[in-house]
Design a protein around this ligand. Sequence first.
Ligand code: NAD
Ligand code: GDD
Length: 373
Amino acid sequence: MTQACHPYARVRARAHTHTSYAHLIRPISPPMFSNQKVLVTGAGGFIGGHLVRYLKNAGAASIRAADCKPLSHWHQVHPEVVNLVVDLREKSACFHACREVDVVFNLAADMGGMGFIENNKAACMLNVLINTHLLQAADFWGASRFFYASSACVYPDYLQKNGDCEGLKEDDAYPAMPEDGYGWEKLFSERMCRHYQEDFGIETRVARYHNVYGPHGAWTGGREKAPAAICRKVAEAKIRGTHAIDIWGDGEQVRSFTYIDDCLKGSVLLTQSEHSAPLNIGSAYRVTINELVDIVEGIAGLKLQRNYQPHAPKGVRSRNSDNTQIKDLFNWEPGTALEDGLAATYAWIYDQVLAEDSGKARVSTVDSVALAG
Ligand code: NAD
Ligand code: GDD
C-alpha cells in the first residue's frame, strides 16, 4: 500500500514530526499516566488483566484493553475501561488498537508453560507479528513509550544445563542460543524494540520476566506453568480425596518464581524509567520443583505420593534471575515470599477446582461490559 492511499496517511505525517523530537519526551511522573492514553494488550490474559487493574488504581485515566479471546474467556474484565476484542497479528487491528495512544504495554502472546511452548513452536514464533505490527502502529500514532514483555527464555540453553544456575545476568543473553521457538521470537522482538528506538525515537522498554504466578491465570487446559499446575493437582487431591500427583521430570529442575504483584511493580517502574536495555524482572529465590511441591502440600495440609514423569516437557535444568541491575536501578527487587504468593494462588485455584467439580463452568469476573469498537 502506498503512503498516499494508506488510510492513516494524514496522521502518519503528524507521527513522524513527533518522533523526530523524541529527545524532548518528558519522563512520566505521578499520578501515573493521568494525562495519557494507555493501551494494554493481552489484557484478557494473566498479567495483562492484573496490569489493567494496577494502572487504573494508580491513576491512569484512559485505558484501552485488547485481547483476541472473547470477553467471556478473559481472566479479568474491567468494565470501566475500553475493552477491545481484536487479533493483533493483523496490522490493521494494531493500528485500530493504538489509535492516539501515548503508552503501549504489549503483553499479548500465544504462550504458556513448558507443556505449551515445547509443542507449539511455530505458533509462538508467529507472535512476532503482534510485536512488529504494534511497534509500527505505536510509532505511527506518535506513542512516546512502548513496553514489551520478554522472557527468561531468551537466555542460552548452555548456561542452564546444570542444577547450579546462580543467576542469569542481562548480558548473558549473548552469544544467543535461546529456547527453541518461543525464546528466539522473544529475542528477535527485543531487538526490534531496540532498533525502533534507535531508528525512530519511540522509547522502548523490555522486561525479561521469570516464571510469573498468582491468581487469575491459566491453571488448567495445557498452558499452565508449574506453580498453577502444582496448586491445581494438590487442590484436586485434597478435594477429591486422592493420594498421588504427577510431576514432570524428576522434580529436581530449578526455577525462581515471581509473584504477580512484583511483576506489575517492576514493569511500571521500568516503563517510567530511562533504562532502555532489557531488564530481568524476576525473583532471585530459587527452588527445585520438589521444594515447590513441599510448600504447596504444606499450605494444603497434606502429603502426597509423587509420580515422576521423565518424558514430560522439562525445559532447562536450572534457571534463576540475577537482580544486580534492577537493584541498582530501583533500589528494589521482586521480594514476595514464595510461601505467601503460593498461599494466595492456591486459595484461588482451590476455588476454581471446587467450582468445576460442582458443575459451574468457571469462576468468571465478567459482569456487564461495554464493548467498544
Ligand atoms: P497469557 O497467555 O495469560 O496472556 C497473553 C494474552 O495474549 C492471552 O489472553 C491471549 O489471548 C492474548 N493473545 C494471544 N494472541 C493474541 C493476538 N493475536 N491478539 C490479541 N491477543 C492475543 O500470558 P501471561 O502470563 O499473561 O503473559 C503475558 C506476556 O508476558 C506474554 O508476552 C508472555 O510471553 C510474557 N511472559 C510471561 C511469563 C509468565 O511466567 N507468565 C514469563 C515470561 C514472559
Ligand atoms: N507446567 C508444568 N506442569 N510444569 C511442571 C509440572 C506440571 O505439572 N510438573 C513439573 N513441572 C516442571 C517442568 O517440567 C519444568 O521443568 C518446570 O516445572 C517449570 O515448568 P513451567 O513452569 O511450565 O515453565 P518454565 O519455567 O520452564 O518456563 C516458563 O517460564 C518462562 C520464563 O521464566 C514458561 O512459562 C515460559 O513461557 C516463560 O517464558
